[in-house]
Design a protein. Sequence first.
Length: 505
Amino acid sequence: MMISDVPILKAVQINKQYPGVKALDNVDFELQPCEVRALLGKNGAGKSTLVKILSGATTPDSGSIYIKGQLTTFRSPGDAFASGIATVYQEMSLVKGLSVAENILLGRWPHRTILGWSLINQKQVIDQAREALDMMGVHLDPNEITGRLSLPEQQMVEIAKAVSFRPKVLILDEPTSSLPQAEMDHLLVLVRRLAENGVSVIYVSHRLQEIPRVADSLTVLRDGHLIGTILINEATPERIANMMIGGEWTKTLVETHKVSKNVRLSVRNLSRKKYLHDVSFDLYEGEVLGIAGLLGSGRTELLRAIFGADPVDSGTISVNGKEIAHLSPTKMKAMGIGLTPEDRKAQGLVLVMSIDDNLTLSCLERVSNYQVISQQSKRKLAKEMVEALSIQTPNLDVKALSLSGGNQQKMVIGKWLNSQVKVLLMDEPTRGIDIHTKEQVYKLVRDLAQQGISVIFVSSEIDEVLTVADRIIILNQGRIVAEKLSHEANLEDVLALSMKQEVTQ
């Protein structure tokens, strides 16, 4: 990192108001030449809004942006590009049917004129794409069709596309969110290489354990306010946790009840290469067990392994004292286990099917006579669940895709309740839904526990895990590093344990 009198990028007193919320409140931000700055904060802290403003995607209500000391106004992402700022968002924007080179130069393919015809200069496309890949130290065939690449390789193409603009500043928004450990390690090396080659980087991530390996400094936002910026050698897990949380959290909802001593689900020494390492725990009848951990800690992988959706290398899973051999979703469903997946649209619902079809997908045997579906029984069961969960829909015939995110999430839950599950594995059940619906989900989870249903509750929001769970286990790099009763747990301590680096593989 070079210390300069004139920062490469400076934002002063940035404000942004949305209906009902002030996303950014007089936020200042500076970035030095060749610096890698981590941008941290809980969901809703204002990170995405600041990134959108710095990338030209959103206009601030007030405030100023300077590039190398020159006052600049961004009215579009094109203006930001022209000023040397390129952004790689979490959601990739590649054309899978085009080659690697064509994606890297997408919208900027060089042309040549032959006999009065303007044709794409394929050689220049390949040469310029290879130059960007070489700058990153990435060995990909520029002629390869992008859709044939692995997800990590596609991520590299996305970054190469931004690097090909020769940016002064590169903004990376959750670049490792979908990457396994080995590819994540490669990306961190790549970011450091870019900084050494003169690119300043703003690095947004929820995987806090990777920050000391990649960043020179970090900035923390909380509730739209700038909390502070510190050098990475000053950034202990405890200090980061304090900056992100600030002692602001208090538990308000959960009313614990006496949990049965009956073990409903038992996991022993569960391991899956790169993802899970010797995980063991018990889940009791009527208990809500929260799983806390950062992105990439193995939370989703654990739930999918228990449900039989992903293979494991070793370990056992028992339901009501009976060990289950040859795990599969079909077998676990038959044992009374259900999974509400993280991606409800792709894996939890059939969006083009009706409400009643979706709500009875997992329990067709309950609405069938001699393997023929009874439309009357199907609609009766679906109507009862719509009323029980307060699913807002004009009727049972509308398609699932027409409902809001919160109502879609209720449908995913209702589908499993209709199958009369005894254990419900819930992966990010409140992602992308409004505060009111979140409260409804919390209450529903507690009501299920009161009825004797056991729940494993996974969320990126550690505070909501503590709010809804009776007990929590903390995952870090695929290992359980601590177990606590929820009412005895401290949010800062849990976050710090999630970030600890001393976990061995």
